[in-house]
Design a protein around this ligand. Structure first.
Ligand code: NAP
Length: 281
């Protein structure tokens, strides 16, 4: 049996077409959606991420503002900029690119962003909204994983879902979203003794660890849905995920590739959150 590929590239294109239409409707009504992106310092990876986010805004008709500051920018000055953007009615989402230089406390920065504009969904209040089932912004990567699972047409109700990884930005919110969708959820992490014991019983496995071959073919039930969040390099320097893709493909029912799976969905869900924020106004 060969698993069906879940293409994040194709799903992203579909969702971006919908985002473009919704952005156009908002703009026609005099409320063009706006995203502010703040970059502090010169980290090359961060520069690339920011460039991709700005381009994605341009492509879909979302207005974007890029504010770039030097690596020695003061925390107080950054907090002042965030306060100004919080008060700006033309801005519906604020994103501060991480990591920040060490003189700036990332938690203070995240908490300074108005919850109504926290399109990354990283603040304590946004996390609380997710935990309690209130409407709010869902962190973009797990939100994208949910869309990928939804695209298979398989209902999560009553299914066993295993999440490997428990970070605040991926693993934990992922588990909460699966729970909200009526799955029975198990979370595994670095102190879980036999992860295969849990994954072999799972209908859905989401792997967000950052280590190659964390999930191998002998750890998966035939027909399961496998979502690979990991981003690693193989021995040839090629991008790869956390799962043994070639072998798992023969066992799973559905599987996301790396690249072309979860990656493209993350920016798409940032755009989606920005549109949702603008529509809520
Ligand atoms: P993270 O903050 O480093 O968290 C990794 C998690 O994996 C931790 O909870 C850790 O457990 C767990 N872990 C580590 N070693 C393990 C092991 N041997 N067995 C089981 N669990 C283990 O990473 P993250 O931010 O969640 O990201 C995870 C991966 O996803 C990375 O490769 C990252 O680059 C990728 N990612 C991709 C996207 C995308 O858009 N495609 C977005 C975000 C992240 P403990 O808590 O016990 O330490």
């Amino acid at each position: 049996m060969s698993a069906q590929l879940i293409s994040g590239t194709a799903l992203s294109q579909q969702l971006r077409a919908e985002i473009t239409q919704r952005a156009a409707a908002l703009t026609a009504g005099g409320h063009q959606p706006g995203l502010a992106v703040i970059l502090v310092g010169e980290d090359p990876a961060s520069q690339t991420y920011v460039k991709n986010k700005i381009k994605a805004c341009e492509d879909t008709g979302i207005r974007s503002i890029l504010e770039k500051y030097p690596a020695d920018f003061a925390e107080s000055a950054l907090l002042q900029r965030i306060a100004a953007l919080n008060a700006d009615p033309a801005i519906h989402g604020i994103l501060v690119q991480m990591p920040l230089p060490k003189q700036i406390d990332p938690n203070k920065v995240i908490e300074a962003i108005a919850t109504s504009k926290d399109v990354d969904g990283y603040s304590v209040l946004s996390a609380g909204e997710l935990l309690t089932g209130l409407p709010g912004f869902r962190p973009c990567t797990p939100y994208g994983c949910m869309k990928l699972i939804e695209s298979t047409g398989v209902s999560l109700r009553g299914k066993h879902a295993v999440v490997i990884g428990r970070s605040n930005t991926v693993g934990k919110p992922m588990a909460l979203l699966l729970l909200q969708a009526n799955a029975t959820v198990t979370i595994c992490h670095s102190a879980t003794p036999d992860i295969g014991h849990f994954t072999r019983d799972a209908d859905v496995v989401v792997v967000a660890v950052g280590r190659r071959n964390t999930l191998t073919a002998d750890m998966v039930k035939p027909g399961a849905i496998v979502i690979d969040v990991g981003m690693n390099r193989d021995d040839q320097g090629k991008l790869c995920g956390d799962v043994d893709f070639a072998k798992l493909r023969e066992v799973a029912g559905f599987i996301t590739p790396v690249p072309g799976g979860v990656g493209p969905m993350t920016i798409t869900m940032l755009l989606m959150n920005t549109i949702e924020s603008a529509e809520r106004r």
